[in-house]
Each structure stands twice: as C-alpha cells, then as structure tokens.
Design a protein around this ligand. Sequence first.
Ligand code: GP9
Ligand code: MN
Length: 429
Amino acid sequence: NSSDVDKVLDFVNKNRSQPNVSYYGKEKGKNVFIFHLESFQQFLINYKSDGEEVTPNINRFYADQHTMSFDNFFNQVGQGKTSDAETMLETSLYGLPSGSSMTSYGSSNTYQALPAFLDQRGYATASMHGDVGSFWNRDNTYKSWGYQYFFDSAYFDDKDDYNNGYGMKDKIFLKQSAKYLEQLPQPFYAKIITVTNHYPYDLDKQNQSIAKTKTGDKTVDGYVQTAHYLDQAFGEFINYLKKSGLYDDSMIVAYGDHYGISNNHPKALAKLLGKKSVSKYDLAMLEKVPFMIHSNNLQGGVNHTYGGEIDVMPTLMDLLGIKDDDTIQLGNDLLSTNRNQTVAFRNGDFVSPDLSKLGSKVYDNQGKKIDTKKLTAQQKQILKEQQDHTDKSLSMSDKITTGDLLRFYTPQDFNKVDKSQYKYKYSDG
Ligand code: GP9
Ligand code: MN
C-alpha cells in the first residue's frame, strides 16, 4: 500500500546521487543502441588465447577515443540471468531471490521503464532478438516497459542452418535487423540482444575461426570460439552503423549480461587466466562484465568507479537529460561524483573499492582475507553500513516487485503505461 511506497521513497531519495553537470543532457535527442553481449565477461577484453586476440573489435570499441568504458562494472543477475540483466538495465530494479521477475511479474506489474520514458518523449522504441518472443516472457514484459516494437524470431527469415542454441546466429540476426532499424523513425531506442555466445558454446565448423582453449574442461573450452564469433558479428554491425550514418547520430551502449564460465569451474578459470588457482575473491572479480558508452561528443577513457547493472538506467537518463529526481530506482548514476559504490549481488554479498563481503568472509581491495576481529571500529561501522545498504536495496526491490508498488506512485513527468496500446506481430497473431 501507499505507506510501503513512502518507505521505498525514503530509501531511494537518500541514495539518489546528484547528476554530474558535465554530462547531464549531453546525449539529449540522440538515437540509443543497447547492444547486449551475451555471456560476455570483462576478462575477455584484451584477452589472448594462444597468442591470438579473441575479441579485437570489442577491444577497439572499448578503447575508442569516444568510448567511456568501465572496468569495475559487475553483473548482478540471479537465476533470471538475461532477464535479470534486462530488468536491471531498463527499470533499475533487481531480479528476484529466485526465478525471473520478468516471467513472474512482467505481464501484470506497473513499471516505469526506460523505453516508456523515451516513448513519451518522441522516441521510437524497439527490442530485437532472434529467439521466440515468449522466452523470459519478453512478449508481455516489453509492453509493460513501453516497447513499441518487438522484433522476435517471427520477423526474421529462417533456414535450418541459421540457428544455433537459443536463436539465430548473431551475424545473420544482425544483418537482418538492419532492415528494421532503417525503418524506425528517429530518434529511436533500440535494444539488440545477441545469443550465440551462450552456454554450451557450440558453433558450426564454418563459423569457427579461432581454436578452442585447452583447459581440458569441455564446458569451458568453446567459450573463446563463440566469443570470437560474437566479436566478428559486433564488428560487422559497427561497420554497418558507420556506413549508414547511424554511428554518428547515436549513443551506442554495449554491455555483457553475466558470466560465461560459472564459478563451478575454478580450475579451468585459473588455467585460462594463467594462475595457479582462483580464490573466492577472484571469482567475485570475475563477475565483472564490460559496460561501454560510445558517442561522438563524449571524451573516452576508462572509468574505475564500482557499479553494476542496476546503475545503468539512472546513468542513461542523466545523459539523455530526462528528469529522474523523483523516480523509484535502486541504482545511481555511474558518472556522479559522490555516488555509493557498494555493489550488491543478488545473494546479499557485496563488493566495493574498499571492503568486500563474500559469504561470511571480508576482503580488502587486494583480495586479502581480513580477520574481522581485527577491524577498527570505523571499519566495522562502514562494513555494517554497506551490508545494510545491500540488504535494504534488495529487500526494497523485492517489495516493489512482489507488491507491484509502482502502481501506487507515478513520477511527475511520466504517464502510466497503457499496455493495451502495444501489439506485436508474434504474440497477437
Ligand atoms: C534466450 C536468451 C538466453 O532468449 O536470451 O537467456 P539466458 O539463458 O542467458 O538467461
Ligand atoms: Mn544471458
């Protein structure tokens, strides 16, 4: 009820960070691409397998003079995997402790999502994905989020050998997406979800152009191969954007959604990284995924702030100059100068530039385990505040989602989304 909303507002208002004046509104009116790099971990950036660069195109994009890249950006997904990433990126709410919030609540809940904000500001909004529209309940959730178009597999020419795992092979999917992108009125917001770099990392012979790794772990060794393929697909897509002129008129955001190699494979991971072993802290650092924002009028560089997927929506809203001083969001703008840098994981662990807590253990920022009895009173206090912040962020988010609390609150410059106004070919026949 509304007293729950007051509690939530109290919490989010306390945690809201001031936008950075040198970035606020800088990308106003630009087209926006959200390029989803499936299962793409930060360690792949500049990674070499047997002397060969695995992802040269993404590396180039990461280091581009107009790309702001983040190297302490963490995925925060739970069991909802891709759907949790989508939820965090576009609603600044967490996934659930178990299951997928898109599947359980995407159809019924009220949302104040990024596509809806843009829809209400004259943008065309579209999501593209080469799998069936019902996966993760996207076909219903996207209506709640304000997507005017959802180009799912029903929109793409299909042949037997076009598919791999969960959907169309990225190169074919991206080539075919171009014809829809060209028809979108500008400015547009387009999310593009790739899928070939997905477990079990199988790829047909003709698309294999780098050797598998040789850790001996079969579930791991194909990873560089599909990542290499995704990288080529990304490179082709960027070239297309350049040729079509869209590259210059757009803000291009690219991110990895979650790990490719889960922490059930520490030995193989150690081999990949050329280490003797990986610690619990190393595994937490392996939850980093790339987050990159490219635009012609941005000064590139690597930003070291600690953050994660929950922070993307406030960051993009500020860049686009959309008022968000009264929105209910659990993240904060990555470009703000005095933001909270405690990054919550869905299991209640957290990492930060100083102390991190994983399970019952506390670590310093070099990954050294700290005897909690030896912490100073001040460190204890900070740790407690961080744990509090983590627990509250997650529980507030769960309250919002399971209680559908956003139906009781609408930000000033936002109109409640009318789902019936959105119809997609696939789900509506
Ligand atoms: C399926 C795809 C995969 O459509 O997005 O989702 P994941 O298994 O990574 O959650
Ligand atoms: Mn995924």
